[in-house]
Design a protein around this ligand. Structure first.
Ligand code: C2E
Ligand code: CA
Ligand code: CA
Length: 711
């Protein structure tokens, strides 16, 4: 049996690759029994290689199972002719897509069966199909992604805690989160920005808009339409927002509203805190610059304002005047009527002063009962003096405190530029105040040309004293102290002299007051003390060592070096310190008394100098318990002529005796004086009759050749 006999015309009908398979029985697998040239070309195999093979050999092994399944399905469905797309395999393993038409024919003679395979290559078609499929898959994937993106976007928007919305370029609401709707009711997709805002306007949710709704709407909508980005504040109900609006590339408008209520509250809190701080700071600075009692500026305030006014004067010209005001008899009010009365007077005085100054004037309280006024004035103006007179008259009027009269006066010192340089105004007004007080109090005095001259002289002298101190020009002179009965020298009073290089030998009266004023006195005291102790300690090494009596200022008493000097320059004789009666009276403080006790413990004697010249009371004398009293020479001088003067001196001597204090009489100028005193209970005499103050070389001779009483 020949295949060609069976399908004589078949091959002519097609250019497709055709193969024919045959199986003897229905159960047997078919094998290829015939192939045409196109078949060989398609599968790149020769006829011999193809024949006898199972058709499975030409199917892509990945598709064999699928193909078999499909064929079984068709055959069992009774189909004898059908076509299936499958991937085929060439002899070299390369695959291609083909549409295979199957034709099953049973051979009634043999009971075997033929299968004709008509194979048409469809690679190109399949590729396009696959591309479409891929596109579809991509499309589906994309769609799925977009959905996911959209979901993600919505989730993100919904989780934004702040109100957020997207409007289309046509201002239609597209997407929003629940917060965006809050307080405004239900929002609809596609609603306009204006209708959204009107929801709030209807409910009066925008407090800023109430009463000016249309204007407000324009304020919000115009920039919304026109600006690409825009930020503005918005109050919605009781919440404050910051609205930010951006325009996306496609024209969509994004609106984000950030709630800043908390931040604003915090900010307000911070601001109020800062304000409080500032206020506290102001209070502190106010307190630092003001006097609590009167509310006037204090010393610091004065110096601050003074700087201001002085520098302003330098820039703009004009003159300044200073009024230094001091109350007279204020201490008495305080002492006799109590501090409440004192405070009352100070407050009243402050009020009266306030009434008399202009707002631009500077008024300050600079001490217990001291006030100060600094004013601007014209050149040679008489306003400052007129003001001073007015203050004396008006501020010094008596006051009543708890129905008791408080009497006090006011003294004023005035100083004015340009006579006084601005920086010297304060000290000059002080000098003028002293002038007013010296002139009898309750008056005003001005610092004038004469004062200026004096001030210059004082300055010159003080510079000279300073120089003299540096050059060691202060030297001790010695004046004998003699026994009142025997007239034998007991010791010396040491007196300061200034060996001036051009002026010659100067007495204390020409430099001591200035030295004291300029706080140089204790340095002079020290120089005299050291030189004298040195001279005497070097000379009186054995035998009689005369006592030495030094005049000391209060500053020298308090000077810690007094002790070290005394230790270092140890002297065998008695050392006394003479203090002016006034020092004890005025400075009788705990501190001074303690210091005197200490010095006394160290071996120093104390004498009250010029006793009877001042106002020393017996009580003060008792408190101090000095070793000696020196009766002022002015009380001694008249004793030769006046009975009462003699009486007075006698009674002082008696006081001394009753207090167990030795008494010295100074200023014993004549033999007559000496004899009168010799007949009293006076212990020591001193004066020109015995010896003048002299340098050590001369003074020491007295000790070596003491004068005889008959002299
Ligand atoms: P004082 O302590 O009362 O000294 C006595 C003064 O009377 C001395 O004046 C002396 O020279 C003078 N004098 C002495 N005998 C007579 C006399 O018979 N008749 C008269 N009319 N005068 C007599 P001096 O030395 O000019 O001293 C004046 C004052 O200067 C002293 O008065 C004393 O208070 C003070 N002084 C002197 N030396 C020092 C010193 O080293 N330190 C201090 N802080 N003050 C001193
Ligand atoms: Ca003296
Ligand atoms: Ca004296």
């Amino acid at each position: 049996m020949k295949i060609d006999d069976i399908f004589p015309d078949f091959l002519k009908l097609t250019a497709d690759a055709v193969g024919i398979g045959y199986a003897k029985t229905k159960l047997e697998m078919i094998t290829l029994v015939w192939v045409n040239q196109a078949f060989c070309d398609s599968f790149e195999m020769s006829e011999e290689e193809a024949l006898g093979k199972s058709p499975v050999a030409i199917i892509d092994s990945d598709y064999v199972d699928d193909l078999w399944e499909m064929i079984q399905e068709k055959i069992s469905g009774g189909q004898k002719r059908f076509s299936i797309d499958t991937s085929c395999k060439k002899a070299n393993g390369k695959t291609f897509w083909a549409n295979i038409s199957f034709l099953h024919l049973d051979d009634p003679k043999t009971g075997g069966r033929y299968t004709v395979f008509d194979i048409r290559e469809i690679n190109d078609l399949k590729n396009r199909e696959q591309a479409a499929e891929l596109a579809l898959i991509e499309h589906e994937l994309l769609y799925a992604n977009m959905e996911a993106l959209k979901v993600r976007l919505e989730t993100a928007i919904n989780t934004i805690p702040d109100p957020f919305a997207i409007y289309s370029s046509k201002e239609k609401l597209m997407i929003w989160n629940p917060a965006y709707a809050e307080g405004l009711g239900e929002l609809k997709k596609g609603m306009s920005a204006e209708s959204y805002l009107r929801l709030g306007l209807d409910k009066q949710s925008f407090p800023d808009a109430i009463g000016r709704e249309d204007e407000w709407l324009q304020d919000v909508l115009v920039p919304f339409r026109e600006k690409k980005t825009h930020t503005f504040p918005l109050v919605l109900n009781d919440q404050s927002f910051r609205v930010q609006q951006f325009t996306a590339a496609n024209g969509d408008k994004l609106v984000l509203r950030t709630n800043i209520t908390e931040i604003q509250a915090q900010q307000a809190k911070l601001e109020s805190y800062a304000e409080q701080l500032e206020k506290a700071n102001q209070d502190i600075s106010y307190q630092a610059l003001h006097d609590e009692l009167t509310g006037l500026g204090n010393r610091r305030y004065l110096s601050m304002r003074f700087e201001e006014m002085a520098s302003e004067r330098e820039r703009k010209g004009g003159e300044l005047a200073a009024l230094h005001i001091d109350l007279d008899r204020f201490k008495q009010i305080n002492d006799t009527m109590g501090h409440a009365a004192g405070d009352f007077v100070l407050k009243a005085v402050a009020d009266r002063l306030r009434e008399n100054v202009r707002t631009e004037d500077v008024l300050a309280r600079i001490g217990g009962d001291e006030f100060f006024i600094l004013i601007r004035c014209g050149h040679n103006s008489d306003w400052p003096e007129a003001l001073a007179d007015r203050i004396v008259r008006l501020v010094g009027r008596p006051l009543e405190f708890e129905e008791r009269p408080c009497r006090f006066g006011v003294s004023v010192g005035v100083a004015q530029t340009p006579l006084i340089a601005a920086e010297d105004l304060l000290t000059s007004s002080d000098v003028a105040l002293y002038k007013a007080k010296d002139g009898g109090r309750a008056r005003a005095a001005s610092f004038d040309q004469k004062d200026l001259q004096q001030l210059r002289e004082t300055k010159k002298l003080s510079d000279d004293i300073q120089r003299g101190l540096e050059c060691g020009e202060f030297v001790p002179y010695y004046q004998a102290l003699v026994d009142a009965k025997t007239f034998e020298p007991q010791g010396f009073e040491v007196l300061a002299r200034w060996q001036h290089p051009t002026e010659g030998l100067l007495l204390p009266c020409s430099f001591l007051a200035t030295a004291s004023e300029m706080q140089l006195e204790s340095q002079i005291d020290r120089m005299i003390f050291k030189k004298a102790i040195n001279e005497c300690a070097t000379h009186f090494t054995d035998g009689f060592a005369p006592s030495l009596s030094f005049n000391v200022s209060l500053a020298r008493i308090m000077d810690p070096e007094l002790v070290t000097d005394a230790h270092r320059l140890h002297y065998r004789g008695q050392v006394s310190l003479e203090l002016l009666e006034t020092i004890f009276l005025e400075e009788e403080t705990e501190e001074v008394m303690m210091r005197i006790d200490t010095l006394r413990d160290m071996g120093f004697d104390f004498a009250v100098d010029d006793f009877g010249s001042g106002r020393a009371s017996i009580i003060a004398l008792q408190n101090l318990a000095p070793d000696r009293l020196k009766i002022d020479g002015r009380l001694i001088a008249p004793i030769t002529k006046s009975q009462s003067a003699r009486k007075l001196v006698r009674s002082i001597i008696e006081i001394g005796q009753s207090l167990d204090v030795r008494v010295t009489a100074e200023g014993v100028e004549t033999k007559e004086h000496a004899e009168i005193l010799s007949g009293t209970h006076c212990d020591i005499l001193q004066g020109y009759f015995f010896a003048h103050p002299s340098p050590f070389e001369e003074a020491k001779k007295l000790i070596l050749e003491p004068p005889k009483k008959t002299a």
